[in-house]
Design a protein around this ligand. Structure first.
Ligand SMILES: [Zn+2]
Length: 110
């Protein structure tokens, strides 16, 4: 259930016109749209954060594996390099999501 913003009549969620005062309820969704954009911004930011954390973890693992194990085995050292590369990839991905968040934020201010 929702309420008419003009007269307070209780209405169904998908009502287009208020049954009590006849006011049109569509075109009043700018606030809702902003909310949706805000949700997308939060989602993009969250994704960026997850990727930044992943990148830090991967690079750390890569450096430890590469640095420590390179001495004993070249093959495992190579895996370390692969982890660092994955971490860099995650960072690039985080940057993309952050860019998306910023772009959406601009849209919100229009
Ligand atoms: Zn009404």
């Amino acid at each position: 259930m929702t309420h008419c913003p003009y007269c307070g009549q209780r209405l169904y969620e998908d009502a287009i016109i208020c049954s009590a005062c006849g006011a049109s309820l569509i075109g009043e969704d700018t606030g809702w749209q902003a909310l949706q954009i805000q949700e997308k911004i939060d989602e993009a930011k969250q994704r960026a954060n997850i990727r930044i954390i992943s990148a830090i973890v991967l690079v750390t693992i890569g450096m430890v594996a590469g640095g420590v194990l390179c001495v004993s085995s070249n093959a495992i050292g190579f895996f370390g390099v692969a982890f660092v590369c994955l971490g860099i990839g995650c960072m690039a991905s985080a940057g993309r999501h952050e860019l998306k968040a910023r772009r959406l934020q601009k849209q919100l201010k229009l």
